[in-house]
Write a protein that binds this ligand. Structure first.
Ligand code: UTP
Length: 402
């Protein structure tokens, strides 16, 4: 029996009772195309992250970066000028915590004037390209849900002054979603609820979108991938690129010093000898509180979703299966009585791969410390921790007029 024909699939049945035979035929065809095996990960959701043996990984810290600033900067700028650096903006998420029904990057973070999140990110990138005197190709990952709006927003605002032909959009893949009883959720009577498949598949999605030729044609050797929601994000940072190259690593991760042992950030370390990220809930108290001789935390640096990857290595790992994380989210759906419900609290599962698992596929990774007051202002919520309010405060601290 097909999964959508099972007894408990009340949302599908209710939809089919309302549809015309033609609509149901189309719906069945649509269901046939979907890979429902992702639902099997629900049983494995506790063990997806069964981990190996963690060990600390030395970061390049601010003192050293300051001391070697000129050297790192020169190497990074050279690489940018040689056209070897590209950037990928991860903007396919739905920002459900923020509760926006348009792309997160269209959020106005200004107060007395309009300043959009996308705009601020482009400005941050332009700081670098002005210094280098060369552009960095920017690829923007969207999903089917926000692609048209995202593209239209860039068009409407003249790409915020960045050359249009340096910006390319590509769409990530989608996965079905279900409620806690594994019942397929429906977006409408004729469409299942589909969600973006996480930020881990970004390189595969670029390949699927035919962008590999573009990458090769441009001769890109490094790709800096970053999240849409950190408005202080430094993109294609020459020092970060220079340090990763100077250390001879194939990847780098920007990290911030943990504010406290129990801070809820994923920590960059090694796992069975390979670079890895230990989530805060995976760390024992002993691990979280262990200190080095100089008093610093042994596992003291958290990731901020800004990574640099050697392009060649990305091609090597692109077909490898990444762990699928089962995440509880608010998923709007069509109820059995035909009403469209926008839940106030998480009501089901989405299935996502995560870019942080890509780090574990690298042979090595350089944790590169940045000053959180200057580079880390994520906007996940409207108020409170990691919010629009806190980000505005941090932006002001960096002299950005709002
Ligand atoms: P988050 O994990 O914060 O997810 O994404 P989100 O969808 O934006 O927000 P919530 O959890 O629903 O509130 C971190 C980064 O990864 C991108 C987001 O756009 C953000 O830049 N992302 C996330 C994708 O590009 N695709 C996805 O499927 C998920």
């Amino acid at each position: 029996m097909k999964i959508w024909e099972e007894e408990n699939q009340c949302y599908v049945r209710a939809a089919m009772e309302q549809n015309t035979p033609e609509e149901n035929e189309a719906l069945r065809k649509r269901f046939e195309e979907i890979d429902w095996s992702v639902f099997e990960h629900i049983e494995r959701k506790e063990t997806v992250n069964e981990r190996g043996v963690f060990a600390p990984l030395e970061a390049v810290e601010l003192d050293e970066i300051r001391a070697r600033e000129a050297e790192f900067r020169e190497i990074g700028l050279e690489e940018i000028r040689a056209g070897k650096v590209g950037a990928v903006l991860l903007a396919g998420g739905q920002g459900t915590r923020l509760g926006l029904d348009r792309p997160k990057g269209t959020l106005n973070i200004g107060i007395d004037r309009e300043l959009y999140l996308f705009e601020q990110l482009i400005r941050n990138l332009t700081d670098v390209t002005d210094e280098a005197g060369a552009y960095v190709p920017l690829y923007v990952m969207t999903s089917n849900i926000n692609h048209d709006d995202t593209k239209a927003f860039f068009e409407e605002h003249g790409y915020f002054g960045y050359p249009k032909d340096e910006v390319k959009f590509f769409v990530q893949e989608m996965e079905p979603a279900c409620d806690y009883e594994k019942r397929i959720l429906m977006e409408s009577a004729t469409e299942p609820a589909m969600s973006p498949n996480g930020n881990g598949g970004w390189f595969g999605s670029m390949v699927n979108a035919g962008l590999l030729d573009d990458i090769h044609g441009k001769g890109l050797e490094w790709i800096n991938v970053f999240a849409v929601d950190n408005c202080l994000q430094r993109i294609a940072d020459p020092l970060f690129i220079g340090a990763t190259i100077a250390y001879g690593r194939q990847s780098g991760a920007k990290v911030v010093r943990k504010a406290a042992p129990d801070e809820k950030v994923g920590v960059l370390c090694t796992e069975d000898g390979r670079p890895s990220i230990a989530e805060y809930y995976e760390m024992t108290t002993e691990m979280a509180t262990a200190r080095k001789e100089n008093g610093d935390l042994l596992y003291g640096f958290g990731v901020i979703l800004n990574y640099l990857f050697a392009e060649k290595k990305l091609e090597e790992i692109v077909d490898a299966q990444m762990p699928i994380h089962v995440v509880e989210k608010k998923i709007p759906y069509r109820d059995v009585d035909g009403t469209y419900v926008k839940p106030e609290a998480p009501n089901g599962y989405k299935f996502e791969t995560l870019v942080l698992d890509m780090v574990h596929m690298m042979d090595d990774c350089l944790p590169y410390e940045v000053d959180r007051a200057r580079e880390f202002a994520p906007i996940k919520n409207l108020h409170g921790v990691d919010s629009l309010d806190s980000a505005r405060e941090l932006l002001r601290g960096c002299g950005v007029e709002l």
